[in-house]
Design a protein around this ligand. Structure first.
Ligand SMILES: Cc1ncc(COP(=O)(O)O)c(C=O)c1O
Length: 381
């Protein structure tokens, strides 16, 4: 098939396939973690493969030991449903609650996929703009309260927010919980990046009956390609949600073994991951500050990425992404996240080896210059 005859999904697939085919690519666009794995995690997965555990399906809700470990780690009253990535945890809730006549309320920017799924289920998606220095790029309880009503099925809060890197306080989460409860909506607290935040309170700890938390092993542990995450829910909701999981035959056995090993070494592992993350963020911050027209949207970031405002530079985010791609570095264009604000920023992941962070900053002046003359950039996803 030529490029012209390819369908949208195939064009998107070729885009990622060509990135994967570049063996020297520096993955700095998807908030994935490329710090070499903890030996205990690698060993657990290799041992599982060697034992041929992959010949059988896992239990549908996950190995009991992993389910317990996830709940203990989150430290909430709840039960875990292990899924193939956090994305499927979120899909399960959307399938359960969204219908024509309901609304799905989230922020703009946010992580877009749950909203797209909600629209597919017939819900009206309400995106509340939070790109505002006056509110420090965060959703305010008043803004949320003004946008929910008896039709609201789900409130979806990504905390820390992807792509902004802001995190909410315990009090803010408590207010979001109260607003959700008052309108009869369920609060989804997407906790994918919580391990990078200096302070984080899962909503289930505040409201053990009317909130759910989605978690992921992709970002803190580096298992993105293994597809493993979880939905943690009040026990009474397991019966409602579990039948709607598309992972009815369980999540990857090998990934679950790696995830459980990761939870056992988490404090040691995260100490090192946080150190590297911060070092990369400091390095990129200095380079951004030295570049006319670039600025960090939020500092300090509470996640493993930085959101960089390009507007004052006159360089288009997609052109800068393409300039870096030509040097085998993947960073993310803002339009991946948001139509409304997408032409204002790029996003750079920082859980990568420090040499990668250095390479990104070394190339910044050259990439900015090259981006100025890049027109007709091919589609990005
Ligand atoms: C906010 C948010 N939630 C969920 C996910 C999905 O994570 P997973 O790889 O566990 O499916 C991502 C991935 O980028 C994300 O940014």
């Amino acid at each position: 098939m030529t490029q012209e005859t390819l369908s949208g999904p195939n064009i998107r697939n070729r885009y990622f396939d060509s990135l994967c085919a570049d063996k020297g690519l520096l993955w700095m666009g998807q908030n994935t973690n490329h710090i070499p794995a903890h030996p205990a995690v690698e060993e657990a997965m290799v041992a599982s493969i060697r034992a041929g555990e992959f010949n059988a399906y896992a239990p549908p809700l996950g190995f009991e030991s992993l389910r317990r470990a996830i709940v203990d780690d989150l430290d909430v009253p709840g039960e875990a449903i292990v899924t193939e990535g956090g994305v499927n945890a979120l899909a399960m809730v959307v399938r359960a609650r969204c219908r024509p006549g309901t609304t799905f309320v989230t922020t703009d920017p946010t992580w877009k996929w749950p909203g797209l799924m909600a629209a597919q289920m017939g819900a009206e998606v309400i995106e509340l703009p939070i790109w505002d220095p006056q509110t420090r790029f965060r959703l305010t309880p008043a803004q949320l309260a003004a946008s929910v009503d008896s039709r609201t099925a789900l409130i979806y809060i990504v905390d820390p927010n992807n792509p902004l890197g802001v995190a909410y306080t315990r009090n803010e989460i408590a207010e979001f919980c109260e607003i959700a409860r008052g309108s009869g909506a369920l609060l989804i607290h997407d906790c994918t990046y919580r391990d990078f935040a200096s302070d984080h309170t899962p909503a289930l700890r505040i409201d053990p009956e009317n909130a759910v938390c989605s978690t992921s092993f992709s970002k803190w542990l580096g298992l993105a390609g293994m597809r493993i995450g979880a939905l943690v829910v009040p026990p009474k909701l397991v019966e409602e949600f579990a039948p709607l999981s598309t992972s009815i035959l369980g999540a990857s056995v090998v990934a679950q073994r790696g995830a459980e090993a990761g939870l056992k070494v988490k404090s040691e592992w995260m100490r090192e991951v946080r150190r590297i993350n911060l070092a990369n963020q400091e390095r990129i911050r200095s380079a951004v500050e030295a570049t006319p027209g670039l600025s960090l949207v939020v500092w300090p970031s509470q996640a493993n990425f930085l959101c960089i405002d390009t507007t004052a530079s006159g360089v288009r985010p997609d052109a800068l992404v393409e300039a870096y791609r030509q040097h085998s570095i993947m960073i993310r264009q803002g339009t991946y996240h948001t139509k409304r604000f997408g032409d204002r920023f790029i996003k750079v992941s920082t859980t990568v080896p420090e040499e990668w962070g250095q390479r990104f900053t070394d190339l910044l002046p050259e990439a900015m210059e090259a981006a100025r003359s890049l027109d007709n950039v091919a589609a990005q996803f």
